[in-house]
Design a protein around this ligand. Structure first.
Ligand SMILES: Nc1[nH]c(=O)nc2c1ncn2[C@H]1C[C@H](O)[C@@H](COP(=O)(O)OP(=O)(O)OP(=O)(O)O)O1
Length: 202
């Protein structure tokens, strides 16, 4: 079983006079996050999900907590500095391949970061309006959980894939989601110590 992270960095959109990202549309019925918020996505250059968009992230190293991993991967992949303890625990996703747990992924969210994104061997970063996330160029499960996470909700989910490995060539067959899950016990280091968090229902 792989333990991994994803980190979604949010910022207020910049109005650049081009009429693109950040322009306020007074007639729109969008909520406080969405059209005026950007999320930092990466186009992944290698590894699982190569060629697709996602948040920065990757596998935990020995002795590392999930939030330390999320901060390190974000620094390595796109050069942003984030203090691990500012990361908000937004989701726990379990990816199963042929009914065996393949990866448990801890999802974090933050608006606090320093620096400007820059590309690396692993990733090409792109600030993207949250209303314009390219779900057709992402993992198939992302459209189910990422909009809620970007809007500030918390989620526990199980996603069933069949026919692999590798996971990114398997078929996405089923899922269960639970929203509004409390991850407060993970505020210390990203590790659940309470046993309160339930896995998504059957
Ligand atoms: N179904 C899925 N949906 C999704 O959105 N992200 C997924 C996913 N399955 C795996 N991931 C993400 C989680 C994690 O950030 C990443 C793990 O991919 P890899 O094993 O290729 O690790 P990376 O190469 O990115 O990291 P390192 O090797 O640790 O640098 O893929």
């Amino acid at each position: 079983m792989i333990e991994a992270t994803l980190c979604f960095v949010l910022r207020e959109s910049e109005t650049d006079g081009t009429g693109e990202a950040g322009e306020t549309d007074e007639t729109s019925e969008t909520s406080e996050t969405d059209s005026d918020t950007d999320v930092l996505l990466i186009e992944k250059r290698r590894g699982l999900g190569e060629g697709w968009y996602n948040g920065p992230g990757g596998k935990l190293e020995p002795g590392e907590t999930p939030r330390e991993c999320a901060a390190r991967e974000t620094r390595e992949e796109v050069g942003l500095e984030i203090a691990p303890d500012v990361l908000e625990y937004a989701g726990e996703l379990t990816f199963l391949l042929d009914e065996e747990v393949h990866t448990v992924c801890h999802v974090f969210r933050t608006t606090e970061f320093a620096g400007e994104p820059r590309p690396s061997d692993e990733a090409r970063p792109e600030w993207t309006p949250v209303d314009d996330v390219p779900y057709d160029q992402m993992w198939e499960d992302d459209r189910l959980w990422l909009p809620g996470v970007l809007a500030g909700d918390t989620v526990a989910g199980e996603f069933h894939f069949a026919g692999g490995p590798p996971l990114d060539e398997a078929a996405f067959v089923d899922h269960e989601l639970e929203w509004g899950v409390s991850f407060e016990s993970r505020d210390g280091d990203g590790t659940d110590t309470s046993g309160e968090t339930e896995a998504a229902g059957e």
